[in-house]
Write a protein that binds this ligand. Structure first.
Ligand code: NAP
Ligand code: MG
Length: 402
């Protein structure tokens, strides 16, 4: 059979450790036999980031801006131990942070659901995709230890010298204080990314803050979302038959638990940090979570939500067998290929992505899975396979007509 041809290259960001090994195997076993794979390759493996003084990470983000779609392998974010392990010139920043800053993007995390692994919340039938605002609030705050009685004030000094002063608290004894901020520009980018992404998926968008208590700070988030919705998205949402729904964070939490799923939930930075971990666990496993970075001008970078699975990699290096789950990395590739197919009008590429997704899920539902899933699955017979066997089994499922 003729291989599927591509027009625009995908930006391919290779990575580290166990996921780097899986990356290569996915290409060889599941993609290259079917697609005339066209990628612009960037090696974000830690060694090469170090050799290029991390320029390769910046270049890969710029390429994403140019071509519009990227697929990324998990990468090591160096800490002191990694600096020693790899003999690094310096403790390079997180590649995801660098890429996110350059693309000004929002991260959407979506669980991959299989029939034999039930979410802990039994009424969840469809995935809940969470979008976390990745700028400001307590993550860029200034904190102060208050040693004893005295006044903490919030002061704004305008460029023209004008001043506004508010009292935070008159301390009668020791305590703590914190100053945090956000910008209209960042909130607007976040809002547009969320509106676009939900529209893309034809799913409702939920947004929640604590605006009843935070009448200026959180209320600004609520107002900016509403203004952008009314001015830029209302007509499109109505045409698509989807809804933008704002509610108080407390109410949102209750409704999320009672829901059937199948919507995008936009969260402020802290809410998103906490809720995304709760959702990942409740849906089953981090190894079944994909992640996509979407920029406000519609550039997409797909990846697995998990890391480089270091513990498995060290076992692999010792020649021991590993049973590492490749599902989220496969879905990162299919997400990127599907998007490329949509943008370049290549229906065969979109259909292939759907087919590979189905084959992956069908393999698991037939009882063939890696160790992490075997521990969660409710099936009578389960065949636990190793890392490479799983990919071979998915290939066999595809060949058998999926
Ligand atoms: P991790 O790689 O996600 O792995 C943590 C543990 O979760 C693993 O040891 C394994 O548990 C389980 N796990 C995760 N993914 C799995 C998979 N696909 N299949 C089976 N089990 C899986 O997190 P980490 O160990 O904290 O971080 C390792 C490295 O990844 C770090 O250098 C970190 O900087 C990097 N990281 C990168 C990204 C990214 O690029 N997006 C994200 C997070 C972390 P068991 O060992 O119990 O089997
Ligand atoms: Mg967290």
């Amino acid at each position: 059979m003729a291989k599927i041809a591509m027009v625009t290259p995908l930006v391919e960001m290779d990575g580290d450790e166990m996921t780097r090994i899986i990356w290569q195997a996915i290409k060889e076993k599941l993609l290259e036999p079917y697609i005339d794979l066209k990628t612009e390759y960037y090696d974000l493996g830690l060694k090469h980031r170090d050799e290029t003084d991390d320029q390769v990470t910046v270049d890969s983000a710029l390429a994403t801006q140019k071509y519009g779609v990227a697929v990324k392998c998990a990468t090591i974010t160096p800490n002191a131990q990694r600096v020693e392990e790899y003999g690094l010139k310096k403790m390079w920043r997180s590649p995801n942070g660098t890429i996110r800053a350059l693309l000004d993007g929002t991260v959407f995390r979506a669980p991959i659901m299989v029939d034999c692994i039930k979410p802990n919340v039994t009424n969840w039938e469809k995935p809940i995709i969470i979008a976390r605002h990745a700028y400001g609030d307590i993550y860029k705050s200034t904190e102060m230890d208050i040693p004893g009685p005295g006044k903490v004030e919030l002061v704004f000094t305008g460029e023209d010298g004008s001043r506004q002063t508010l009292t935070v608290h008159d301390f009668k004894g020791p305590g703590v204080a914190m100053g945090m901020h956000n910008t209209d520009a960042s909130i607007s980018s976040f809002a547009r990314a969320c509106f676009n992404y939900a529209l893309d998926l034809k799913q409702d968008l939920w947004f929640s803050t604590k605006d009843t208590i935070s009448k200026t700070y959180d209320h600004t988030f609520k107002d900016i979302f509403q203004e952008i919705y009314d001015a830029e998205f209302k007509a499109q949402y109505e045409a698509a038959g989807i809804e933008y729904f704002y509610t108080l964070i407390d109410d949102a939490v209750a409704r999320v638990i009672r829901s059937k799923g199948g919507f995008v939930w936009a969260c402020k930075n802290y809410d998103g940090d906490v809720m995304s971990d709760m959702l990942a666990t409740a849906f089953g496993s981090l190894a079944m979570m994909t992640s996509v970075l979407v920029s406000p001008d519609g550039k997409y970078e797909y990846e697995a939500a998990h890391g480089t699975v270091t513990r498995h990699y060290y076992r692999h290096l010792k020649g021991e067998e590993t049973s590492t789950n490749s599902v989220a990395t496969i879905f990162a590739w299919t997400g990127a290929l599907r998007k490329r197919g949509q943008l370049d009008h290549i229906p065969e590429l979109e259909a292939f992505a759907d087919r590979l997704d189905r084959a992956t899920l069908k393999t698991i539902e037939s009882g063939v899975m890696t160790k992490d899933l075997a521990a969660l699955a409710k099936l009578d017979t389960i065949k636990t396979v190793n890392t490479m066997q799983f990919l071979d089994e998915v290939r066999a499922t595809m060949e058998a007509g999926e």
